[in-house]
Design a binder for this molecule. Structure first.
Ligand code: NAD
Length: 341
């Protein structure tokens, strides 16, 4: 089968080839799949990507023999699933690869903010060892509100408890055995000193924190988002930071994130038609706020988690080729006869 893996670093290439042992025609490409390079890969039957490839209908239509998309992520919101379902293209994901990895990053962001780590580091590098303006706050005794208590949210709760924090939880599907205090969203928003988001990007979760929700929160609340950029209305967040309602924010994800990665995109003629210019500009302004830490969607990015992602992706590809597909997210929607042709 013709297999192309996009968004692959050199060191990943060897690991993936090795894990896919036996799959000789595996083509490793450093760049994301896009309109610019699709013509080179139109004969692909299996593709593997991370989340910055363009997997919209207009691109997928140009790969007529495509049978499997093996995404190296848990989320599939970057893939046009409706089109895949209609064409019998199977989509395999990595269902879990390091819930503790992302949960640890939540606390990297939170401690970074509570102890002004980046300002302090910058200061000592300049030879200034004064601590004026660096007074932080304890996590001990504070309340953290966790929105979404799936794999990652539950690990965040565990770590928070070890810090001596009280934990409030909100989930559309509360787990009764999770040893968590579930409350409704409004109560969580009004009682929490720190709010951390762990929900997927769906039509229901888009802009879940917007102007109204910020108005319910305590003054000076800290917001941590490692979920997806779309779950917070960034313009409302910016307003809340300006007014002091939000004291600080740690963001691993931003809306329009793929575009921010490519600053050159700003220069493209079609730019304003394709993207929300106001949201993008707000992203840029947020990046430069003192009380905001932004990381480049790197919460998942540890040695251990990446190794697991590559291993499971390789297994997904090998299993699919052996006629025993695994980790397929759209099994019930696709026409299985088409998939295995
Ligand atoms: P999960 O599926 O295990 O948990 C998601 C939880 O959200 C579930 O408990 C679900 O019931 C709940 N939920 C869904 N819709 C909801 C709604 N409308 N209201 C309230 N709760 C709702 O997912 P996970 O593995 O814990 O991942 C959580 C998020 O983290 C996902 O968005 C994922 O894309 C993101 N993520 C980010 C990174 C990163 O590097 N930043 C890495 C992995 C995952």
């Amino acid at each position: 089968m013709n297999i192309v893996c996009f968004e692959i670093e050199n060191w990943e290439s060897g690991t993936l080839q090795e894990a896919c042992c036996g799959v000789k025609e595996c083509n490793m490409v450093k760049t994301p799949l896009s309109l610019d390079n699709i013509d080179h890969y139109a004969s692909a039957e299996i593709i593997s990507c991370f989340i910055y490839s363009d997997l919209s209908r207009s691109i997928l239509e140009k790969i007529p023999n495509l049978k499997l998309i093996a995404t190296r992520s848990t989320g599939t919101d970057h893939i046009d699933l409706e089109y895949c379902n209609s064409m019998g293209i199977a989509v395999a994901n990595v269902p879990s690869y390091g819930e503790h990895t992302v949960a640890e990053h939540v606390f990297a962001l939170l401690l970074g903010l509570s102890r002004h780590i980046s300002q302090a580091t910058h200061r000592t590098r300049e030879g200034d060892f004064s601590f004026a303006g660096l007074q932080g706050f304890d996590l001990f005794g504070k309340t953290i509100g966790i929105i979404g208590t799936g794999a990652i949210g539950r690990h965040v709760a565990q770590i928070a408890k070890a810090f001596g924090m009280s934990v409030l939880a909100y989930d559309i599907d509360p787990r009764t055995n999770a040893d968590l205090s579930y409350v409704d969203l409004k109560e969580l928003l009004s009682q929490s000193d720190v709010i951390s988001l762990h929900i997927p990007d769906t039509s229901q979760t888009r802009n879940m924190l917007s102007e109204k929700e910020f108005s319910f929160m305590k003054d000076g609340v800290v917001i941590i988002n490692t979920a997806r950029g779309s779950v917070i209305d960034v313009k409302a967040l910016f307003g809340a930071l300006k007014s002091g309602k939000v004291g600080a924010a740690g963001l691993d994800v931003l809306p329009e994130e793929p575009v921010i990665r490519e600053e050159a995109e700003l220069l493209r003629e079609s730019f304003s038609q394709q993207h929300d210019l106001e949201t993008l500009l707000t992203d840029y302004v947020l990046l430069h706020q003192k009380n905001v830490i932004v990381t480049p969607h790197s919460a998942f990015y540890t040695k251990e988690a990446v190794a697991k992602i590559l291993q499971v992706t390789a297994q997904n590809i090998v299993a699919f080729m052996a006629g025993k597909p695994q980790n397929i997210v759209n099994t019930s929607q696709i026409d299985k006869r088409k998939v295995m042709q």
